[in-house]
Write a protein that binds this ligand. Structure first.
Ligand code: G1P
Length: 290
């Protein structure tokens, strides 16, 4: 069955970038000219996703408003004849009925957030995109994964090599065998200490999973950090179903951290058709002064 739905967990508090996220969701922080979440939604749409399920929380209504119509603003722009701006604005609109919002009432972990979407996903394969991570890639990271999924089916998670000193910030896989970009695994572990990590291949925040994950999430105990971890349930699902890691082509940026966010802004600025020349010149100037 085709992957039609994607779950975007957006309930996180954004504590790593406070106070910037005190009054606005971290997903709404701008990366050049669009909020971070727009890049992730675009990635999902490019991969053929037809329905986006946002798992939200208190203080996240800005996300819901962002993907909706803004009548006053649109009318004002129309009256002023600002057609180009109107056109840009329309890029943020999701088709009618193509978005659902469900609340995670308490921050119990990523596994719990995904479980909150179980009724809306139903009994079909689905994607997960963690909006903290923006991936620059052509085709998009999820589109590459859907391409692989169409051939092998099962469950697929994106992985990316990270420096060894950073493995303890991620879910990490234990690779067994490689076939091109697809990797067969014997295990995965959430946030291992550096000396216990089975590899340096980190789970990057893009997943294609079968709906059987929900039953496992339902009785999943607390794991790393005292939270209900998606990785722990995926490890259990591996015993029952085909499960692959996929080393995608592209550059991931962790916008949940200050440095990652800065990198994302920089990488997208030097690539943005309106400001690329100026941004490159600026980077050169700044680098010369260091
Ligand atoms: C989550 C996942 C982890 C993954 C990471 C990617 O962790 O639990 O497996 O490697 O996202 O960004 P978090 O960053 O939410 O702690």
């Amino acid at each position: 069955m085709r992957v039609r739905k994607a779950v975007l967990p957006v309930a996180g508090l954004g504590t790593r970038v406070l106070p910037a996220t005190k009054a606005i969701p971290k997903e709404m922080l701008p990366v050049v000219d669009r909020p971070a979440i727009q890049y992730v939604v675009d990635e999902a749409l490019e991969a053929g996703i037809e329905h986006i399920i946002f798992v939200t929380g208190r203080n996240k209504v800005a996300i819901e408003d962002y993907f909706d119509r803004a009548y006053e603003l649109e009318t004002t722009l129309q009256n002023k004849g600002k057609d180009a701006v109107l056109e840009q604005l329309s890029q943020s609109l999701l088709p009618a009925g193509a978005a659902s919002f469900v609340r995670q009432q308490a921050p119990l972990g990523l596994g719990h957030a995904i479980w909150c979407a179980r009724d809306i996903v139903g009994n079909e394969p689905f994607a997960i995109l963690l909006p903290d991570v923006i991936v620059k890639g052509k085709p998009s990271c999820l589109a590459q994964m859907v391409g692989a999924y169409d051939k092998v089916g099962g469950n697929i998670i994106a992985v990316d090599p990270v420096p060894e000193e950073r493995v303890s910030s991620y879910g990490v896989i234990e690779p067994v065998e490689r076939d091109g970009r697809l990797i067969r695994m014997s295990g995965m572990v959430e946030k291992p200490p550096r000396d216990k990590a089975p590899s340096n291949l980190a789970i990057t925040g893009r997943y294609i999973l079968q709906p059987e994950i929900f039953a496992l999430l339902a009785d999943q105990g607390k794991g790393a950090g005292g939270e209900i971890q998606l990785t722990d349930s995926m490890f259990r699902l591996m015993e029952k179903q085909a499960f692959y890691a996929y080393e995608f082509e592209g550059a991931p940026f962790d916008c949940g951290s200050k440095l990652g966010y800065f990198e994302a802004v920089l990488a997208h600025a030097v690539d943005n058709e309106d400001i690329a020349d100026g941004a490159r010149e600026l980077v050169r100037k700044l680098a010369a002064g260091l």
